[in-house]
Design a protein around this ligand. Structure first.
Ligand code: SF4
Ligand code: SF4
Ligand code: FES
Length: 758
């Protein structure tokens, strides 16, 4: 956008605005409301609803303000009898076929159509023709649809195309018969639900929440996604101790992700109120015996005695826990436990932060980058908001996207260059990144042409603007270190270079920050007779033969099978705290409901055990006190307090140290050795991964939302689209034998039980 300011007069008031700014945005930013349905910032223009009409002097007719860029001296009227009459007429057209069933519509109370029409009041309805009735149906296990409510604004088709790159829904038929539909009558997509979120009416609906509550009955609590390292801001809709839905609607949240979420963030919250939560402390008094329910006092007492006997306690923290809980686990290891500590993480971020030669890229930086180099990773499946920012940067910002990957991931479809390397040959690429003399050797080992590496380098060196380098979790520690350390050498006048590690879990970056000086999980387990584990391990079999293991968990897992004591931990929806995302933004996790059953926040459990061992952390049972302790002892968080994190639209980036003059020699020589040992044989993976192959995985957390099971079992298309697939299929995707009506009743009862169980 131009920095030149021009004069625009709106309703008689003069404003200085940047030249070329879109008129609808300028009017809104200056407090003049303009109704609109099809306009959506940062999506391609649709300009079909004609609701945003305004009068512009010297123009013959009313103009759609979403299509007009401001010019100097423009005189605009947004409010007049003429404008309102035209807008009301458009409203009347939109309602001609609309069922006006607000009292039974899930969107009632937060519907943009309802709001605009109610704001005017006494709307005329002169159409008396029979409405084009169409039944409500399901488009997938997750997306429900009432086609008659559609106003054909095509926000849904545009987000599906532009944000998701999926083009799974489209408008079919013509004229009055136009409907939004799927290809083949069933939605086989990533099921992100963004089409539901941006739909201004109750046409596309959340099939996991349908008819559960009215929106005004919910408490809306802003928090952070417990799945992805993007740190997407969410609004938890809770009532009577149950989480009913999660949205990112910007009327509640105006976080870094706007209205964008993915299937896990939006629909994968069934675990919170799931009846299989661990409800009370459990003790296994002898190895091989059963876990027996106990009181908290009994369990803490039992643990303290065993830990005292052991002398030292190793600690392992899940990168899913809050910063406050991970920090407390570390303090436990250093004081009461007198042992070593580790993070249960398969992508160790230490090589990133120990060799950080340039700042981390925020999601906003990615959207406005001029070149993006994506090495490994699959953001469209794992860090979906990063994936969206890449697509927007390419589609709207015309950024160059260069992908280095051993798999033709979906994002390659919008890449300007794709270096399709041999399986597992990222080290070869990293070697050429630090020393162009190795281009030929690297290219031979990676199964590409040396000219491709040269072309990539030229693109980066010719970039005017930001270059963002992203690193996937499949890269070796040496490759990560080499790329992070050498990134600064690409920077020049007019060209910033920024890094974006594609961390695997919601708090991987925070866990790295909270546990400096940590060991590997293997080292901690091998070196400790007694262990305290917050969460679960990737490989629980490492615990076999350990003397005494305590696990803080929400559910029974492979790890709790080895535990001598299992302590019920609260879910993210029941705790206060923070997560730090892959851009270094530290963001609040807020308690939406009270802790369920007898569960407690992880940090509180760890602090109780420490207190029994004679160490009082002095937290006064408050997460904000722990955050203060974090800020006082971890330099990147210095000076921060919860009030500084209050505004989620302006996330705080922690100050990770930027290193200069990092010596490349150690990992450079190790890389040379590794690359020399790689085979010269061509070894390519040519199969494009299926949409949802990671997003739809059934895990301990996602598996508690029934719809994930059907998706993971191939998303079978049901015979009958009028009732939920959940009542037509078993969760393994096989068809239900019973009659549909009976099955429907059973299904609804089951769901009701889950919903109210607290
Ligand atoms: S759920 Fe997401 S991917 Fe599927 S149709 Fe809607 S926007 Fe497209
Ligand atoms: S389904 Fe919703 S978002 Fe899509 S065109 Fe209809 S009203 Fe617009
Ligand atoms: S908002 Fe301008 S035409 Fe729809």
């Amino acid at each position: 956008m131009s920095t030149e300011l021009i004069k625009v007069t709106i309703n008689g008031q003069d404003f200085q605005v940047p030249k070329g700014e879109r008129l609808i945005d300028v009017c809104r930013e200056n407090g003049f409301g303009i109704p609109s349905f099809c306009y959506y910032k940062d999506l391609e223009l649709q300009a079909s609803c004609r609701m945003c009409l305004v009068r512009i002097e010297k123009m013959p007719k009313l103009q759609a303000s979403c299509t007009i860029n401001c010019t100097d001296g423009m005189v605009v009227t947004t409010q007049s009898d003429e404008v309102e009459k035209a807008q009301r007429a458009m409203g009347e057209f939109l309602l001609a076929n609309h069922p006006l069933d607000c009292p039974v519509c899930d969107r009632g109370g937060e519907c943009e159509l309802q709001e605009v029409i109610f704001d005017w009041g006494d709307i005329e309805e002169r159409f008396t023709e029979r409405k084009n009735a169409q039944p409500e149906k399901y488009l997938s296990p997750i997306v429900a649809n009432d086609p008659q409510r559609c106003i054909l604004c095509k926000r849904c088709t545009r987000v599906c195309d532009e944000w998701m790159g999926e083009e799974a829904i489209e408008a079919g038929n013509r004229g009055v018969n136009t409907v939004i539909g799927t290809y083949g009558g069933w939605l086989n997509c990533s099921q992100c639900g963004n089409c539901i979120e941006v739909c201004p009416t109750g046409t596309l609906l959340d099939g996991t929440y349908r008819h559960e509550t009215r929106p005004w009955e919910l408490d809306q609590i802003v928090s952070t996604d417990p799945y992805s390292s993007d740190g997407m801001q969410i609004s938890i809709g809770a009532r009577n101790g149950a989480v009913h839905r999660i949205v990112a609607r910007d009327r509640y949240v105006n976080g870094l992700n706007g209205e964008f979420l993915d299937i896990k963030a939006r629909f994968g919250h069934g675990f919170v109120n799931h009846p299989s939560r661990i409800k009370v402390p459990l003790i296994r008094y002898s190895k091989g015996g059963n876990l027996i329910p106990a009181t908290w006092d009994q369990a803490i007492d039992f643990i303290a005695n065993k830990f005292k006997e052991a002398g030292s306690v190793g600690v392992v923290a899940s990168p899913r826990l809050t910063n406050e809980s991970i920090f407390t686990l570390r303090r436990f290891a250093e004081t009461a436990g007198n042992g070593s500590y580790a993070v249960a993480e398969s992508f160790d971020l230490a090589p990133v932060f120990e060799n950080l030669s340039v700042p981390l890229a925020t999601h906003q930086d990615i959207r406005y980058a001029k070149s993006i180099l994506l090495i490994g990773g699959e953001p469209e499946e794992e860090q979906t908001f990063t994936g969206r920012q890449i697509r927007q940067a390419v589609n709207i910002g015309k950024a160059k996207l260069i992908i280095v990957n051993d798999t033709p991931i979906r994002l390659t479809q919008c890449a300007s260059q794709f270096l399709h390397i041999n399986r597992g040959s990222y080290d070869a690429f990293a070697l050429s990144a630090i020393d162009p003399d190795f281009d030929r050797m690297a290219a031979a080992k990676a199964g590409i042409n040396a000219n491709e590496i040269e072309a990539l380098r030229n693109t980066l060196f010719e970039t005017q603007g930001d270059v963002v380098i992203m690193l996937g979790s499949e890269l070796s520690a040496d490759a990560v270190a080499a790329i992070c350390a050498s990134a600064s050498s690409l920077a020049a006048e007019g060209r910033r270079v920024l890094l974006h590690p594609l961390a695997k879990y919601n708090n991987s970056v925070g866990a790295n920050d909270m546990m400096p000086g940590r060991r590997s999980v293997m080292e901690v387990i091998n070196g400790s007779k007694a262990l305290l584990i917050g969460g679960s391990l990737q490989d629980a079999s490492l615990l076999a033969g350990k003397d005494f293991v305590v696990v803080q968990e929400m559910f029974e897992t492979d790890t709790t099978a080895f535990a001598d004591v299992v302590l019920p931990a609260s879910s993210f929806a029941e705790v206060d705290g923070t997560y730090t995302n892959n851009a270094g933004n530290v963001q609040r996790v807020r308690k939406a409901i009270d802790s369920l059953y007898q569960s407690k926040p992880d940090w509180m459990i760890t602090a109780s055990i420490a207190r029994e061992l004679g160490v009082d952390f002095g937290y006064d049972f408050s997460a904000s006190m722990i955050f203060k302790a974090i800020a006082d002892s971890i330099p990147a968080y210095a000076g921060l307090r919860y009030p500084a994190l209050k505004d989620e639209s302006n996330p705080v980036q922690v100050k990770h140290e930027i290193k200069s003059n990092i010596s490349l020699s150690t990992f450079g020589s190790r890389l040379k050795e590794t690359v020399a040992g790689l085979s010269d044989e061509e070894n390519k993976n040519n199969e494009r991964p299926r949409i949802g192959h990671k997003l739809h995985r059934v895990t301990v957390m996602t598996g508690k939302t029934e719809q994930f099971h059907l998706l993971a079992h191939g998303n079978p298309k049901p015979e009958n689209l009028l009732v939920s697939p959940l009542v037509q299929f078993n969760l393994d995707g096989s068809s239900k034998d019973e009659g549909l009506a009976e099955a429907a009743t059973v299904g609804l009862n089951d769901r009701a039980t889950i919903g109210v169980n607290n």
